[in-house]
Design a protein around this ligand. Structure first.
Ligand SMILES: Cc1cc2nc3c(=O)[nH]c(=O)nc-3n(C[C@H](O)[C@H](O)[C@H](O)COP(=O)(O)OP(=O)(O)OC[C@H]3O[C@@H](n4cnc5c(N)ncnc54)[C@H](O)[C@@H]3O)c2cc1C
Length: 429
């Protein structure tokens, strides 16, 4: 009898999870496990962790939704808090698995975990299976080898578009029997409800059910997806953009599922530049996932992985904390930063502007901005966050060596009637 363990990472879903489908086919018995690191569950009020309470709470909801979906299959999700290797060693003492499955992820820490588990499997005589399943286009579908990954997005996109292939959605057909074990209890502070700010673009509930509802909602009407290209630079309200990012970040939904929802929409309502543009944005996401995979640690260094050096920097802690707290004196930047801290979300237009302001106007270390985003963003993704920051700082993929935005012009172009700035005026909650 073959005994396997599936370790969920940033793929907290049952549907369209090809590695999980494979594990279900190959194992007679399967343990389903999530391991959460201290940063994902220690109370941010008393520990120096890298995730806000809001992010931790969203993750908890995502895991609980996964647990509920697994229960409907007659199986059980084991949730543990700690270090992956320690937890696996402990489970192995009573379970004696012969196969371990975990998805492949880019990022220094993510790859470090994989290497550690891979080594342990080798020593323990366990087969370790992995798969890259984070992107719309799988590695084997790319028309170039990864060491030939284009440095410029347009070149990447054109090559991918010429050889377009997105796999169909993959579902588990037969579930194996479950291996069951005790889960850890969630820490008490995560039982408290999340405070919803009335000014938020929308409220985000973690999990695949909410993700699918949002995709269905956004991709069913011409007035939403059908107008995406015209509305996507908006800043107030739920529907100016898809808001899929928080669910994509933890893997409650896959980009392949979103892609097929867009194609279904096109069959029903016809394709237009908006439906194309949402896929175009998913390609940006792919591009950064691969960029991080290829450039590794360099993405996190001040001089980045571009052709030039990092931008001029003067260390000024006051300027940095004013930026973080939305007290720079620039009402457009301040509104965006208040929105981020109060809700865990900020529009793409806002992100570009506040990043440019920190780097090029305040001349602060761009990595401090990326850290701050990491703490607050509900949709934090290591690749999308760090590569976008590096792009604006001019140390990443930007062919123009950095983007300095004219903040006043941006404010009058994208917030001509001060709707956004009034919405986020201090104290208008
Ligand atoms: C400084 C900075 C930091 C960012 N950090 C993150 C991050 O941590 N996580 C994150 O998901 N996105 C990040 N982005 C990209 C982008 O701002 C968000 O993906 C987008 O605002 C999410 O809202 P949405 O889902 O409504 O996007 P939509 O406009 O509806 O786009 C659909 C999807 O396409 C992808 N996408 C769109 N734009 C980008 C982009 N520039 N880079 C990568 N993927 C993109 C996202 O998955 C998004 O959900 C960052 C951008 C900047 C400028």
């Amino acid at each position: 009898m073959s005994k396997g363990l599936y370790l969920f990472r940033s793929d907290l879903r049952l549907s369209d999870n090809p590695l999980l489908s494979r594990a279900c086919k190959e194992c007679d018995q399967l343990a389903l496990l999530v391991v959460l690191h201290p940063s994902q569950w220690q109370d941010p009020r008393s520990h120096d962790v890298r995730q806000s309470f809001r992010r931790q709470h969203f993750l908890k909801e995502s895991v609980e939704d996964l647990r509920a979906s697994i229960q409907t299959k007659g199986l059980q999700l084991i949730v543990r808090f700690g270090d992956e290797l320690d937890v696996l060693k402990e489970i192995q003492r009573s379970y004696a698995m012969d196969k371990l499955y975990l998805e492949q992820l880019p990022g220094t820490e993510e790859e470090g975990v994989f290497d550690q588990l891979f080594q342990w499997c080798r020593q323990a005589g366990i087969q370790c299976h992995t798969l890259w399943q984070r992107t719309l286009h799988g590695i084997e579908q790319l028309p170039f080898k990864l060491d030939r990954l284009p440095h410029i997005f347009t070149v990447f996109r054109q090559q991918v578009e010429k050889n377009w292939f997105v796999r169909p959605i993959e579902e588990v057909l037969i579930w194996p029997s479950a291996w069951e074990a005790q889960s850890d209890e969630w820490p008490i502070h995560l039982n408290a409800p999340v405070e919803i700010d009335a000014r938020a673009v929308m409220s985000f509930t973690g999990g695949s059910h909410a993700a699918k509802e949002r995709v269905q909602y956004y991709c069913s009407e011409p007035e939403r997806l059908g107008r995406y290209k015209q509305t996507r630079n908006g800043m107030v309200g739920a529907d100016y953009s898809s808001k899929f990012s928080p669910w994509l970040s933890v893997g409650s939904i896959s980009p392949v599922e979103i892609y097929h929802a867009i194609r279904d929409y096109e069959e029903q309502h016809g394709a237009n530049e908006s439906s194309y543009w949402l896929i175009f944005e998913l390609l940006w996401r792919d591009f950064f996932q691969y960029t991080l995979w290829v450039h590794g640690d360099k993405v996190f260094q001040y001089d980045g992985f571009g052709k030039g050096e990092g931008p001029l920097m003067v260390s000024n802690e006051t300027a940095l904390s004013n930026w973080c707290e939305g007290r720079t004196g620039n009402d457009f930047v301040d509104g965006c930063m208040r929105e981020l801290v109060a809700t865990g979300f900020m529009s793409n237009r806002g992100r570009q502007n506040v990043a440019s302001y920190l780097v090029h106007d305040l001349q602060q270390d761009w990595r401090r901005g990326a850290d701050f985003f990491e703490y607050h963003l509900l949709d934090y993704e290591v690749a999308s966050n760090w590569c976008n920051w590096a792009y604006i700082a001019g140390v990443g993929n930007d062919p123009r060596a950095g983007r300095r935005f004219n903040i006043d012009k941006q404010a009058s172009d994208y917030d001509p009637n001060h709707t956004f700035r009034n919405h986020w005026k201090d104290g208008s909650k």
